[in-house]
Design a protein around this ligand. Sequence first.
Ligand code: Z15
Length: 815
Amino acid sequence: MTEITAPKSPVTAEQFADEIREQLKYTQNVTAEQATAADVYVAVSKAVRNHLADSWFKTQADTVNGNTKAVGYLSAEFLMGKQLENALLNAGLTDQFDKAVEALGFKPKDIVDAEYEPGLGNGGLGRLAACFIDSLASLGVPAFGYGIQYKYGIFKQKFDENGKQVETPDYWLANEEPWGHTDYNRDQKVSFGGKVVENADGTKTWEPAWSVRAVPVDYMVPGYKSQRVNTLRLWTAKSYDEFDLLAFNRSEYMDAVAPQVKAENISKILYPEDSTKVGKELRLEQQYFFVSASLHDAIRVFYPGQDKPDLTTFPNKIVFQLNDTHPVIGIPELMRILIDEYGYDWDTAWSITTKTFNYTCHTLLPEALEVWPASLIGELLPRHLEIIEKINAQFEAELKAKGVAADTIKDMAIYTGDAVRMAYLATYGGSHVNGVAELHSQLLKDVTLKNFSDVYPDKFTNVTNGVTPRRFVKLANPRLSDLITEGLGTDKWVSDLELLKGLEPLAADDEFVKKFAAVKKANKHAFVGFAKDHYGIDIDENTLFNTMVKRLHEYKRQSLKILAVISTYADIKSGKVKAEDITPRTVFFGAKAAPGYYLAKMTIELINNVSRVISSDSAVKGKLAVHMLPNYNVEMAQNLIPATDLDEQISQAGKEASGTGNMKFALNGAMTVGTLDGANVEIRERVGADNFFLFGMTVDEVEAQYANGYDPAKYYEADPRLKQAIDLVADGTFSNGDRNAYSPLVADWLTKDWFMTLADFSAYMGIQSEIEALYADELEWNRKAVLNVANSGYFSSDRSMEDYLERIWHTAPLA
Ligand code: Z15
């Protein structure tokens, strides 16, 4: 990788202040005296964008003319987080910003806080996409992120007076949004419905019933010290029929705007499900909408002004990564474009298409692998259904020729006659398939996509996820960043995270470890202030900060954590644990539940009510506190992760594909309690078994239990602590005496418990005692935490990108 250093100081603080004043005056139309923090935020953001513009144009030109292939990252979600601080960092303007806004009479923090977080993603998958495009720009790899600019992002979560989750719309565009530029002149037409007619010459013509206008909104994606700025292109849907005159003349005024409503609905809202079923027509419309617009956009970019481009070179220009099954309709769409719009024959089109696409699978849960009813595809995209049928026929013939058994061929069907399996289509229609952690990729080959791996072993590979060290260390944890730089004698680790390894010897240096402990303490203190400001809660900073933040899902097992908390509560209250043996602890939960996910929502309600009961019980005051923090988002992550002592990664083994929170915590010097699942396995390998709190069943043990007929009630009867905890939920302790409040949850635990929370409970309680014993030795604890930081450099998304470049994309940074 060639490092192009950013100009030392593109402008002075005084010059930058003038640029801000100019923006205030001529774009915001307020005087510096009238300006509020919100005005200054917009002005600063536009001034920073101007600094990035030349690098952006140069990167675009080099992308088209250069000798390296670009990457197109197709993703229904990009969970970007706030932009300003990151843009300042990458533009090399952080110091100038601080001084300039102070000169204008503002506190830098108030300006940064004025930004509204764009929540265009649900969780790990969307945040991963954001980390990846950050790393691609930082490595200098030409890349486009392609997705949807939803009008409403992930819902805002509140809790009602009973502790139930309440969702409110996230109208993030209520105020001026300075980062996205709507490029009306680079629009694309996306069509739906209608029928396919066969022409005299045997070719097919799709006669769609309706079309929408896809208008791109461009976001600059600045690299860190790379002088490169890539593009995130998010499509928004507009109507072509601004006014239906016929309807208007019949004075059906409301009907006159119906086409606009229908068209603009497509990019109206992000589906709030994360690894749970959706299967709604509008969702398929969204998927086709952004994928079709993006493929046409790539042809426009790489073959400018050409009516008859030679698209056999398309796979040399750009390689598309399919982020989960959501964009997989891109495979038949590229076939259709090549055959129907550009006149290629089937085989040529297939050869181009299979070279163009690769597929990342992010799950092991069967319900998260999309399967669309053929009838729905047929209605919405009749030409695509034909193409899918033909792909399937070709696939079956190919399998037959390879000697695959007939019943196996049937099991592998892409098109079953009434459904289309998108994961299978992606596996057959692309060059590579990857999982997101070693264990996950292995399970894909052994279980989920076993038949495919048997026939196409070379397609399968692994790329372990990573996170960007810019946002999640440098920006989120400035104190630790300064200490790392001091310890290493360089700040190069920000773009070369394996350099953290150089901290390893310092774990033996008590003075360094004490400085590290002081950083953690300061971060905890800061979070106490953040929590007071944002949530109005009082936290005792002299407690162990124990955090579990992620989407609420049964497989992630928030239930296991809350049952353990209840058990500890009961033990303290009953005096079973002596006062001197108690490690004071504050447990933080953050989790959104999909609005239709009944048991997940009930778990949130339970956590809130456990929190309520514990906080009003003087018997545990100062010893145990639980907080369910509302609306977990990127900003909360950036504040809470650096303040955490112990993080929870306790999914049932074999269910969490990777996890990326686990990486953020390790890099910020938290200790992890976790199962052998997802990337936990690799984190533990790297940080060392002594520096990771492992517990619970392995994948093989889980499988054996399923095979033997798992009976959770057995565990309930066998462990008195578990029995007591569940009984307290059942007897109304956390529901003002109402014994029915949690009965569906209790019934599930005792009779189903699909993710074996009960089976892992005893081991989990056991490891918690070890954790508390170690925590009592402050120096030892922090020594291990330092070793977590020192050995987690591998989990940089820069490294993930290098792996994709080498194993899948076969491209390189621009010269
Ligand atoms: C999602 O956030 C993930 C997988 C999915 O299939 C969907 Cl629909 C959403 C997550 C995985 O659960 C998590 O383990 C992984 O770290 C993340 O994707 C990024 O790969």
